[in-house]
Design a protein around this ligand. Structure first.
Ligand code: NAD
Ligand code: UD1
Length: 337
């Protein structure tokens, strides 16, 4: 079975390529490399000892995408390709709506033309926005607070409409919580552009000496230690969740939306201390102001992933931190150098 992986060179995509190849799937990757490097895919090939075609293709280029579908016998699509920086989406919304929405429309049209009926879509916990109670279930009303979050909500709706129009399609829309960690080889990992926005990349860049200290964004939240709580999930658990979703789609039709998280939250300071323990490196930090738009607590109800997909996360926070550290220590400047 051959899976088209859009955005396969990115953080989650490259780890999922490894999980797919390990599970015996053939893959074809499409990526514009707008936020990634071909090196991640070269390393995925080395880790698995398997070859696969890679197309440097932008989903916005409908003609080039058509050629990829024409040249490969594709059975299902995993759709990671998209822009994901929340702040950037606020300052440049049109770029986000064009890239994420139009790119997906082109992909869906090609799927329809070529009779490809199965898709796993990368959605995000960001679609929930501010909620009154935790954990969040999939049927909770959605209140995304950024253009990025709204592209994900709109895409869920668009894809759902496609499934209504094509009842023989099967789609799993996966809402990821906070992916961190790296493949245990330390050869592939998260490679943010510029100053990291997210917690783990920032901590690990402090650990290798690229940044002097971490600023903790507020310690006056209504949580036990005053810092925000998130549901961090190991990127390989997340990658394996996609393999489970594909297996589920072998027999299922229609669309299902599923949270992928661990179901348990950790505070910023808990993560910081877990990272120090895993790496043996002291992480200096200062308490700063709250980050605008941050929600105090976010974690998933993961019961649907378990009952529907037969999947649950296996790796704990210590392993997430150890694997992040191995990747960062071996590749202090990511794929750049
Ligand atoms: P990433 O930026 O590392 O990977 C995305 C990949 O898509 C990159 O390789 C980029 O070059 C490619 N891409 C972007 N636009 C493209 C286009 N028009 N055509 C072809 N390729 C294009 O991001 P990631 O962390 O691996 O995230 C993957 C998906 O998961 C994204 O859709 C993201 O929104 C979603 N997601 C990520 C997180 C997270 O915390 N990392 C959380 C929830 C959801
Ligand atoms: C961010 C995105 C969200 C995305 C999620 C997973 C924002 C507003 N939201 O949210 O859309 O789905 O990542 O990728 O960007 N922190 C610090 N210091 C730092 C960095 C982070 O204290 O230098 C804190 C944050 O304020 C937050 C926690 O660490 O309380 C986690 O932050 P982050 O990794 O950015 O994840 P999210 O806030 O969940």
């Amino acid at each position: 079975m051959t899976i088209l992986v859009t955005g396969g060179a990115g953080y989650i995509g490259s780890h999922t390529c490894v999980a797919l190849l390990d599970a015996g799937y053939d893959i074809v990757v499409v990526d514009s490399f707008s936020n990634s490097f071909p090196k991640s895919l070269e390393r995925a090939k080395q880790i698995t000892g398997k070859e696969f075609p890679v197309h440097r293709t932008d989903l916005l280029n409908d003609t080039a995408l058509y050629e990829v579908f024409r040249g490969n016998k594709i059975d299902a699509v995993i759709h990671f390709a998209g822009l994901k920086a929340v702040g950037e989406s606020v300052s440049d919304p049109l770029r986000y709506y064009e890239n994420n929405i139009v790119g997906t429309l082109n992909l869906l049209a090609n799927m329809q033309n070529f009779g490809v009926k199965q898709m796993v879509f990368s959605s995000s916990a960001t679609v929930y926005g501010m909620q009154n109670s935790m954990p969040v279930k999939e049927d909770t009303p959605l209140f995304p607070t950024s253009p990025y979050g709204r592209t994900k909500m709109m895409l869920e709706m668009i894809i759902s409409d496609m499934v209504t129009a094509n009842p023989d399609w099967g789609v799993a829309s996966l809402r990821y919580f906070n992916p961190i960690g790296a493949h245990r080889s330390g050869r592939i990992g998260e490679n943010p552009n510029g100053i990291p926005n997210n917690l783990l990349p920032f901590i690990s860049q402090v650990a290798v000496g690229r940044r002097p200290y971490l600023t903790v964004n507020g310690d006056d939240y209504p949580t036990p230690d005053g810092t925000c709580i998130r549901d961090y999930i190991h990127v390989m658990d997340l990658a394996e969740g996609h393999v489970h979703a594909l297996r589920y789609l072998e027999t299922a039709k229609g669309i299902e939306t599923v949270n992928l998280g661990t179901g348990r939250g950790y505070s910023v300071l808990e993560v910081l201390h877990a990272f120090e323990k895993a790496s043996g490196v002291n992480i200096p930090y200062q308490i700063g102001p709250r980050r605008p738009g941050d929600i105090p607590i976010s974690y998933a109800d993961v019961s649907k992933a378990h009952t529907l997909l037969g999947w649950s996360a296996k790796r704990d926070l210590a392993e997430m931190c150890m694997d992040t550290w191995r990747w960062q220590a071996n590749n202090p400047h990511g794929y750049d150098k």
